[in-house]
Design a protein around this ligand. Structure first.
Ligand code: GRG
Length: 296
C-alpha cells in the first residue's frame, strides 16, 4: 500500500467513526451540523495517521486508538476553524470549501470551534474502551500531553507570537519558536500519545519527543513553502497569504532556497534521532517522508 493510500484509508476510518459519534441529541442541531462541517470529510487527517503509525510501532491496533485519533482531529479542526476567523487570520476558504464562519456565521465559527475542542477532549476522557484498555494513569498522561501542546506555552501562545510578529523582521530563533509552539507541538503530540499508550520507556519517549518536534518544524516549513508555490485550488485554502500578511516565516526571512536547506537539515536530524529506536517504524517514516515531499 502506498503512503497516500495508507493516509486515505486512515482518514476514512476516522471519518466513519466521527460520522457515527458526532451526534449529540441534546445539542442544537445547527451546532452539530457546523461541527460536522468543520471536521468531516476534509483535510489529510495526518495527525490521526501519526497516532496510528506510532501505535503500530508499539503493537497497538488502530481500533484501540480510533476514538483518540478522532478526538485529535476534532481538536485540530477547532484550531483551523478559529484560525480562519476574521479576528485572527481572516480566511474565507479551508479544505476546498468556504471556511466555517463563512458557511455559517462568525458566532457559529467561534462556538462550533469551542465545541470541537471541548467535545474532542470529552471523547477521550469518557471513552470506556480507551480508559479500560490503557488505564487511567496513561489516560491522564495523554490528556496532559495534548493540553500542554495546546495551551499558552503551546499552540495558543504560538498563535499570539505569530500575530505579534506580523510585519516585523523576526529572527530565526523567533520564527523557530513560532513554528514549534503553533504547529510542531501538535504534530509531536499524537506521536507521544501513542507511545505513552503503548507503554514506551522514558528513553523511547525522549527520542520520539525530539523526532516529533523536528518533524513538526518540517511540517510548518513545507506549509510556508507551499503557500508561495502552490495555487489555492490545490491547497484548498487561500495561497500567498503569508507574504500579504507579512507573516514571520522562514521563507520571508531567508527565501525559498535557504528554507529548503533548513528543511533538508531538519528532516535529516529527525531521521537521525529516530534511528535510535528499535521498533517497526515503516509507516511513521513513510508519513515523515510524505510531510516533507507533499504538495498540498
Ligand atoms: C489551541 C485553545 C487553542 C487555540 C488555537 C487559532 C489557534 C489558537 C491556533 C492556530 C494554529 C494553526 C492553524 C497552526 C497552523 C498549523 C497548520 C500548518 C495547519 C494545517 O494542518 P494540515 O495541513 O491541515 O494538516 P488539514 O486540512 O490537512 O487537516
Amino acid at each position: 500500500m502506498s503512503i497516500t493510500e495508507y493516509l486515505d484509508k486512515n482518514a476514512d476510518f476516522v471519518d466513519d467513526f466521527l460520522d457515527r459519534h458526532l451526534n449529540e441529541p441534546a445539542a442544537p442541531s445547527r451546532l452539530i451540523e457546523a461541527m460536522r462541517y468543520g471536521v468531516l470529510k476534509g483535510g489529510k487527517k495526518i495527525r490521526a495517521s501519526l497516532l496510528f503509525a506510532t501505535g503500530e510501532a508499539f503493537s497497538i491496533t488502530l481500533e484501540n486508538l480510533l476514538p483518540l485519533a478522532a478526538a485529535i482531529e476534532m481538536i485540530h479542526s477547532f484550531s483551523l476553524v478559529h484560525d480562519d476567523l476574521p479576528s485572527i487570520d481572516n480566511d474565507d476558504f479551508r479544505r476546498g470549501k468556504p471556511s466555517l464562519h463563512r458557511a455559517y456565521n462568525e458566532g457559529m465559527g467561534v462556538l462550533a470551534g469551542d465545541a470541537l475542542l471541548v467535545d474532542g477532549l470529552r471523547l477521550i476522557v469518557t471513552d470506556q474502551n480507551f480508559t479500560g484498555r490503557f488505564g487511567l494513569e496513561k489516560g491522564w498522561e495523554i490528556v496532559g500531553i495534548l493540553l500542554e501542546a495546546l495551551g499558552s506555552a503551546g499552540m495558543v501562545g504560538g498563535q499570539v507570537f505569530d500575530i505579534e510578529n506580523e510585519g516585523r523582521q523576526a529572527s530565526w530563533d523567533e520564527v523557530r519558536r513560532i513554528y514549534r509552539m503553533k504547529t510542531a507541538g501538535f504534530i509531536q503530540a499524537p506521536i507521544l500519545c501513542a507511545a505513552v499508550a503503548g507503554g514506551c520507556s522514558p528513553g523511547e519517549k525522549e527520542v520520539l519527543s525530539r523526532f516529533g518536534l523536528f518533524l513538526g518544524e518540517c511540517f510548518q516549513m513545507v506549509d510556508d513553502l507551499l503557500d508561495i508555490s502552490q495555487p489555492s485550488k490545490r491547497l484548498g485554502k487561500t495561497a500567498g497569504k503569508d507574504l500579504v500578511q507579512q507573516k514571520a516565516t522562514l521563507v520571508r526571512l531567508f527565501g525559498t532556497d535557504r528554507t529548503r536547506e533548513f528543511l533538508d537539515k531538519t528532516y535529516r536530524e529527525a531521521l537521525s534521532v529516530v534511528s535510535a529506536l528499535d521498533r517497526p517504524l515503516d509507516n511513521l517514516l513513510a508519513i515523515a517522508a510524505f510531510i516533507v515531499e507533499r504538495n498540498h
